[in-house]
Design a protein around this ligand. Structure first.
Ligand SMILES: [Cu+2]
Length: 180
């Protein structure tokens, strides 16, 4: 039996509606995740020279780790290299807005904080930045999640989230894991 042109058009329109429906569903899921669960792609575009980041500026060795500014803003800086994070352990206060800043001098790495929605890639040439609030205290593992070479599986750091009462910056505003 020959299929009429009208039937073909109807069938095509039906399938077009299905695909528009699927795309709309995915769009709605993205908007829902962004607005309700605050799951968003990283949007900070801040270039940094990977060849010199360890020599001057905010990612020199003395500046790494957690620091509290005079205004009370808590920022932790970590450099990801093959195959370690520097420093390997950071301390942050619970229930307070904190900023994490990452940079790498070599290849693409990634970092996530287990049990939270903190998750970003660390790309040479750019600073990766995450603002967040950690609501539970304890030690959280932060593995590298971008395959970066043979030592990738050994590459992880630790985040120690402490209650605000135990978060005590020193005279320079620094808080490190060794101090406790
Ligand atoms: Cu890595």
């Amino acid at each position: 039996m020959a299929i009429g042109e009208e039937a073909i058009v109807r069938s095509e329109l039906r399938w077009a509606a299905v695909s528009i429906g699927v795309v709309s569903l995915i769009m709605l899921a993205l908007i829902y995740a962004g607005i309700v669960h605050h799951i968003n792609p990283p949007s900070n575009i801040e270039p940094i020279d990977p060849k010199t980041l360890h020599l001057s500026g905010e990612f020199t060795e003395a500046n790494l780790g957690t620091r509290v500014s005079a205004e009370g803003q808590v920022t932790s800086r970590i450099v990801a290299t093959q195959f370690t994070f520097q420093p390997r352990c950071i301390v942050l206060p619970a229930n307070q807005r904190v900023t994490l800043r990452f940079a790498t001098p070599d290849v693409i790495h990634g970092i996530l904080v287990t049990g939270t929605n903190v998750n970003t890639m660390i790309v040479p040439g750019y600073v990766s930045q995450v603002h967040t609030v950690f609501t539970r205290t304890g030690e959280l593992l932060m593995p590298c999640h971008e395959y970066c070479g043979l030592g990738h599986s050994e590459m992880f750091a630790t985040l120690r989230v402490v209650p605000a009462s135990e978060f005590k910056p020193d005279a320079q505003g620094r808080v490190s894991c060794d101090a406790r």
